[in-house]
Design a protein around this ligand. Sequence first.
Ligand code: PSV
Ligand code: MN
Length: 390
Amino acid sequence: MTTSDLADVKAGLRALQIEVPSWAFGNSGTRFKVFGQPGVPRDPWEKLADAAQVHRYTGAVSSVSLHIPWDVVEDYGKLAAHAEDLGVRIGMINSNVFQDDDYRLGSVCNPDPRIRRKATDHLLQCVDIMDATGSRDLKLWFADGLNYPGQDDLRARQDRLGEALREVYARLGDDQRMVLEYKFFEPAFYATDVPDWGTSYAHCLELGAKAQVVVDTGHHAPGTNIEFIVAFLLRQGKLGAFDFNSRFSADDDLIVGAADPFQLFRILHEVHLGGGFDPASGVTFMLDQCHNIEPKIPGQIRSIMNVQEAVAKVLLVDRAALGVAQQAGDVLGAHGALMDAYNTDVRPLLADLRSEQGLAPDPMAAYKTSGYAEQIAADRVGGNQAGWGA
Ligand code: PSV
Ligand code: MN
């Protein structure tokens, strides 16, 4: 590789910014148990402080996603200022219309107009919070769906969904967007109202340019070719954001790149080819993970490192050689161009880059010896630890 190629790879890595979710710092668990950990934040202010630690050791955290109502505060302007003081920004506002008794049969797709109104009002309030925090994106995920055939009318539910989305879309400011996430099952098991990228894409297309699709890497059936979805959406200008995580079994929300680093590489290769790393593309890269059994801040640091390693490999792909091989029908040559990049050990390159950026070359070790974990465990005594419910 020439010096200028290396400089390009490093410039690409420097520009890579990843959003972290506030909920990664709170307690989380499974249907069976939420495990508490010492030093877990008691409120959104402390969650932001922990997120800033991830930035401190990686230099790559642009912003922090909030989840409403888990991150409700009285003064969102103050919260945004607190984030900026810590060197981060408020990112996407994740709406939550799945944790209220009223939503047992759905939110915006619910057959009861009172409940649909309540859900839509929550989404509109999230846009108010975007105004107050300067956040660009409203993130929508609906737990709506059916457990039993015949339980409700599938088509009517799509109509209700479209109606709510249109109302919220009309409320968006000029520089604001809505990003619609899909998920093929859970919590509904028979039918989900936004089960796949096609459904999300169709609604976003109808809504207009400010509506885009979110790809949560854990929300697909096993074997789904996620990189194809990414390539397609980027080609259409409809890829709004990623929720990165790993899945082995269901929507596991495990550390990105832990289950299948090669899949992560393939996805990010398509992002690169489609121009998704260009800030002008508007694609937000977020981690949507829960650290149930491992410590949370280093769990997020490791996740960022995994994404950086995958991106470094993607940037190392010899695209000229790849193109020549593809044109010549040289199947093995083309495949080899990808595999050569994928099999490169990029850890020394990233360590070098960190040193150039004034960061510790080994973020995991630097965090471990910083004493922050011990300090928050000692300081954050009393009060209620944050978790999925708060
Ligand atoms: C749903 O499984 C999801 O991926 C959505 O992004 C939620 O907002 C997030 O998890 C947290 O529950
Ligand atoms: Mn998600």
